[in-house]
Design a protein around this ligand. Structure first.
Ligand code: UDP
Length: 473
């Protein structure tokens, strides 16, 4: 097809969906494609600068129906909710976008050749069907998670108690779970936030790469047919400015941050960040701060806006004189960190993470070993991938999701940091995987070639559908 391809991206309005999709948009735009990304006015403000370097990508802000769905104004992104108790209303608001999206697609020029939507918003399949264009799902979890969660769903009801440990059957690694570590399984009464898939998508894109999880990738490919690993997409941020403002305006001055990092020894700094959704209690925040301090390693520690909203964190920081004490050794970032910029710096040698898939893969992409502290959703899968399968991290040692976790004391934080920073084998393996990630993403690598195969599939689908239309006319 000689004409320029036009991809329409529809993410769930959450950082862990919008961020990788905008990264992937840049990969497609580099191949000369036009990419439109559906967003909302407040989200568009956050992403404008990340996409500034990519003129073929466009944000299309749609009114987000907060009031209609019973959400406070301004809750246009999952990370803006004060509590995940509002998640049901949030998913409802997303679903209400269907009709305005229909109108939008009708008016879009040039007409899109396909829809790429992230998992959790399978209602976008109906839109694709009504415009006779293919839909591709962009998975925001690993193939390890996709495959193991399927295996687990077949046996989980036969497990006697929530704390009983069971192995995942028929996989090449010894990986064990308890029900306490699994995402909440929706029952008929509690119903799921998301709809069941109306029809399978034409194909699946996964933010991963071949050498990271070859067995699981192949298993998923066998199950799903057309599946392409196209990551780590965070590597699409080549310019320093893209890494600085990815996902939000950074709450730390770039120059200060980089100068501070430059002044530290190679691989010495611990970066502690728990993603865009975790809201830790004040007690837990205190234990983390003191654990980091007692570890003796220099650190950059992110405290989210929501965690500071009660004022207790600031009270503690002031009363304790924490920042005075750690001056020169530790930096506290209040709000949003330029995570990829920080992780990419050679001084960063450890990542205390909640194991969200984006964060995990961003750590993998730059060879930073991890302390895995999963909290909820599929984060325990990522913990097991990092520690048991890849050997590029250590556990903090929690046994259940955050609501049942209990307080993790400073001593455990301290000893996990000390252990990780002294583990040579772990670091070497992490560095080896980072080289494999770069090879996969660069021209001619497996992810690069998969992007080509995916584009070819879109062209093929377009031709097939045109033939079908002629047949039915
Ligand atoms: N992130 C960031 N700065 C922050 C917090 C998060 O850049 O201060 C980014 C991070 O790089 C990742 C995303 O937000 O791309 C979080 O996604 P992830 O899947 O790790 O976790 P979630 O936020 O969904 O729990």
């Amino acid at each position: 097809m000689a004409q320029q391809l036009h991809f329409l991206m529809i993410p769930l309005m959450s950082q862990s969906h919008i961020i990788p999709l905008t990264d992937f948009a840049k990969s497609l735009a580099r191949r000369g494609a036009l990419v439109s990304i559906v967003t909302t006015p407040l989200n568009a403000k956050r992403y404008n600068s990340t996409l500034a370097s990519s003129p073929l990508t466009h944000l299309i802000p749609l009114h987000f129906p907060c009031r209609e769905a019973g959400l406070p104004d301004g809750c246009e992104n999952l990370d803006a909710l004060n509590s995940l108790d509002l998640a049901r209303q949030f998913f409802h608001a997303c679903r209400l976008l269907k009709s305005p999206l229909h109108d939008l697609i009708r008016r879009l020029h040039p007409a899109p050749n396909c829809i790429i939507s992230t998992n959790a918003i399978s209602w976008t399949q109906d839109l694709a069907d009504s415009f006779r264009i293919p839909r591709y799902v962009f998975e925001t979890v690993s193939c390890f998670t996709l495959h193991c969660s399927k295996k687990i769903s077949q046996l989980v009801d036969s497990v006697a108690s929530d704390s009983d440990i069971f192995p995942v059957p028929k996989i090449p690694h010894r990986v064990q779970f308890s029900r306490n570590q699994l995402p909440r399984i929706p029952t008929k009464d509690s119903d799921s936030f998301t709809d069941p898939d109306p029809a399978p998508p034409r194909g699946t894109l996964v933010n991963t790469f071949q050498k990271l999880e070859p067995w699981y990738l192949n298993a998923c490919r066998e199950e799903r047919g057309s599946l392409w690993s196209v990551g780590p997409v965070s590597l699409s941020n080549r310019e320093a400015s893209e890494r600085l403002s990815r996902g939000n305006e950074a709450s730390i001055d770039e120059h200060y941050c980089l100068t501070w990092l430059d002044s530290m020894e190679r691989d010495s700094v611990v970066y502690a960040c728990f993603g865009s959704l975790c809201t830790l209690s004040i007690e837990q925040i205190i234990e983390i701060g003191l654990g980091l301090e007692e570890s003796g390693s220099p650190f950059i520690w992110i405290i989210r806006k929501q965690e500071r909203s009660s004022g207790k964190v600031e009270e503690w920081l002031a009363a304790e004189g924490f920042e005075e004490r750690v001056r020169g050794k530790g930096v506290v970032v209040r709000g949003w960190a330029p995570q990829v910029m920080i992780l990419s710096h050679p001084s960063v040698g450890g990542f205390l993470t909640h194991c969200g898939w984006n964060s995990t893969l961003e750590g993998v992409a730059v060879g930073v070993p991890m302390i895995a502290w999963p909290m909820f959703a599929e984060q325990f899968y990522n913990e097991k991938l990092v520690v048991d399968v890849l050997g590029i991290g250590v556990r903090i040692g929690v046994e259940s999701c955050a609501d049942k976790q209990g307080l993790v004391r400073r001593e455990r934080v301290r000893s996990a940091v000390v252990k990780l920073m002294g583990e040579r084998g772990v670091r070497e393996r992490a560095e080896g995987l980072a080289r494999a990630a770069t090879d996969a993403y660069e021209d001619g690598g497996s992810s690069f070639l998969n992007v080509t195969l995916f584009i070819e599939d879109v062209v093929r689908a377009h031709a097939e559908m045109a033939v079908n239309v002629l047949d039915t006319d």
